[in-house]
Design a protein around this ligand. Structure first.
Ligand code: TXA
Ligand code: MG
Length: 333
């Protein structure tokens, strides 16, 4: 199978929608990362997502909608807080977990009795969902375990030969995946931080952050979101978080550099091994996955990354980095 990359326009959306309707897979741009899209209600189509990615069967998928009117058909119950959040943050990088309706196949929900739903902001994604006329299941369009794709080329690099088409909607503006939340005891519980921050959510209800967001779940520990227990976002290079800043960060990287090393610093001057990954959490989120992929393309063995801020979208950057680094954080003794 040859994988085509086609620009986002109405003609190509119609072609992509046709593939989805027939049970096929399409690379779909969103504002967060590219998704691997299929009809969420078609068991066989959803099974082929797991196959193409090499994804563990118990890791549930997010169901994407183009209109809030689609929500009541997919879930059994919608808390008032969810309605408030949908009104304020949809379309956007927020995924909410609800008790699932019977129409959602168990392959889509990874065998759980709940379903994750999100309405993207991306015009291309919404046009595709609308044209297909069905809710779309879409995990990030990377091979399981590797960094999420933020360009059509990244999707091609992982999925060439596995899917017929990728819609090119340009570079993703957010760059990290959506915030995933569930509702507990009248409050909001964050399972995965993302573009909609804890600070933003706290205007609507009390917010708690799951302990697995910033720590490694113990072997056999039951996690609320299956994705938390898997190795994630990892390039082939060894990623190490350096808990030093400024001159200390630079000195640490130079002293510990062996082989082909890259050092991603917050707002550093680019020279030698140093590459800038952005001064603000927003810039870091946008660039992180792309820089990790670039490191692999240029045969880097070790990537040192300056500890990000944990405020706002910074928490999402930190959460992804921890997993990419296998939780390895170092500093001067
Ligand atoms: O921004 C995004 O969310 C992107 C784009 C394509 O929309 N999608 C994405 O999907 O990141 P994926 O499959 O890579 O990550 C979905 C995460 C996983 O960690 C999964 O375990 C969790 O959401 N999840 C999905 N359904 C769930 C459920 N019913 N309960 C708990 N966690 C769930
Ligand atoms: Mg993913």
């Amino acid at each position: 199978m040859n994988t085509q990359i086609l620009p986002y326009n109405s003609e190509n959306i119609a072609k992509a929608a046709d593939i989805i309707k027939k049970g096929g897979l399409v690379g779909m741009p969103t504002e967060t990362v590219y998704g691997l899209a299929a009809n969420a209600l078609d068991e066989n189509a959803v099974r082929s997502i797991f196959e193409a990615k090499g994804r563990p069967q118990d890791n549930p998928l997010i169901v994407h909608i183009s209109d809030i009117e689609m929500l009541p058909t997919l879930v059994r119950e919608i808390p008032q807080t969810a309605k408030d959040l949908a009104e304020n943050f949809w379309g956007g990088p927020l995924t909410m977990i609800f008790p699932k309706a019977d129409i959602i196949p168990s392959v889509t929900s990874g065998g759980l009795d709940t379903v994750a739903v999100r309405m993207p902001q991306s015009e291309a994604a919404r046009a595709l969902i609308e044209a297909a006329g069905v809710p779309i299941a879409a995990p990030s369009a990377n091979l399981s375990g590797s960094p999420s794709p933020t360009t059509a080329q990244h999707v091609y690099d992982d999925m060439n030969g596995r899917i017929p088409m990728i819609i090119d909607g340009g570079e993703c503006s957010c760059g990290v995946e959506s915030t995933v939340i569930c509702f507990r005891n009248g409050g909001i519980h964050v399972l995965r931080p993302g573009g909609v921050t804890a600070e933003m959510l706290s205007q609507y209800a009390d917010v708690t952050i799951d302990k697995a967001v910033c720590a490694k779940p113990a072997e056999n520990e039951k996690v609320l979101s299956p994705g938390m227990k898997y190795k994630h976002y990892s390039p082939k290079a060894n990623v190490i978080i350096v808990d030093e800043h400024g001159k200390h960060f630079a000195d640490f990287c130079l002293e510990h550099s062996v082989g082909n090393t890259l050092a991603l610093g917050a707002g550093v001057d680019e020279s030698g091994i140093f590459v800038d990954y952005g001064k603000t959490p927003e810039l870091q989120a946008q660039r992180l996955f792309s820089l990790l992929r670039k490191a692999d393309d240029s045969g880097v063995d070790t990537v040192f990354v300056e500890m990000p801020s944990k405020d706002g979208v910074g928490l999402a950057v930190y959460n992804r980095l921890l997993r990419a680094a296998g939780f390895e954080v170092v500093k001067y003794d």
